[in-house]
Ligand binder design. Structure first.
Ligand code: HEC
Length: 223
């Protein structure tokens, strides 16, 4: 009797453990949440919104809602190769302090940049940094930065805002009005100076003359 009870209890226990194991295992296999953004990007296809329309908000818009703390957290991905403190050492990649606004592939205590990145020219503005961090190899084919890129557009903006806050502090671009088309490839080095010309319209002297002809009265005196 006692023996039999133990046998039954043993099977019950074993069954319970097996069921638990199965539910954990199936949970791992079948309960994986669908990521907010899929981990791969199809060339030339922008991320689709739920409605199906392609929407990657312009970098200016994404920067306006960028989260520095999240950017700093994401920057951990970069720290295998980069320091970002002022005067930090170059590693596999160059120190990134004050990089925003600086010449692309220049300075950085003599870091040996690839010819591919040096050939890009110009300086790091928000658009270029966004393109670079989307896909380094596409931005500078042959670059030695062996980093796949950050597919999530807002995460990129967070990282760029964080980069900018480390020694650069470029003024953030004004977010375009909602619905405005994203400006692609604004590759010029405008330093946000902007000819702030005040409106110097010369005041008209005297009252503008009203057109007398318009006032011509057709005196049609009917009946
Ligand atoms: C596997 C190492 C590695 C990782 C990870 C990496 N980088 Fe780099 N990075 C490099 C190398 C190497 C270069 C130099 C590229 C060249 O010369 O072609 C570079 C260059 C750069 C430059 C250009 C600097 C300049 O002065 O022109 C920027 C900006 C940059 N990385 C940002 C980042 C950011 C941001 C991340 C994380 C999201 C990141 N990198 C992750 C290795 C890396």
């Amino acid at each position: 009797m006692d023996n039999r009870f133990n046998t039954i209890a043993g099977w019950a226990l074993a069954g319970g453990i097996a069921a638990l194991g199965l539910s954990i295992a199936s949970g791992m296999y079948f309960h994986a949440e669908r990521p907010e953004h899929m981990g791969y990007v199809i060339e030339g296809v922008e991320e689709a919104s739920e409605g199906g329309a392609a929407v990657v908000a312009p970098i200016a818009t994404r920067l306006a809602s960028a989260d520095l703390a999240k950017g700093e957290a994401s920057f951990k991905k970069c720290m295998a190769c980069h320091t970002i403190n002022q005067g930090g050492a170059n590693g596999i990649g160059p120190n990134l302090y004050g990089t925003m606004g600086e010449g692309i592939a220049q300075g950085k205590a003599g870091f040996a940049f690839s010819d591919a990145l040096k050939a890009v020219g110009g300086s790091w503005d928000f658009d270029k940094m966004d393109a670079w961090l989307t896909n380094p190899r596409k931005f500078a084919t042959g670059t030695k930065m062996t980093f796949a890129g950050i597919p999530d557009a807002q995460e990129r903006a967070n990282v760029i805002a964080y980069l900018n806050a480390q020694g650069s502090n470029l003024p953030l671009p004004a977010a375009p009005a909602a619905g405005a088309a994203p400006v692609e490839g604004n590759a010029t080095d405008d330093h946000a100076a902007g000819g702030n010309l005040s409106n110097q319209a010369t005041p008209a002297e005297g009252a503008p003359s009203t057109d007398p002809a318009a006032k011509a009265q057709a005196e049609k005196k009917g009946v």
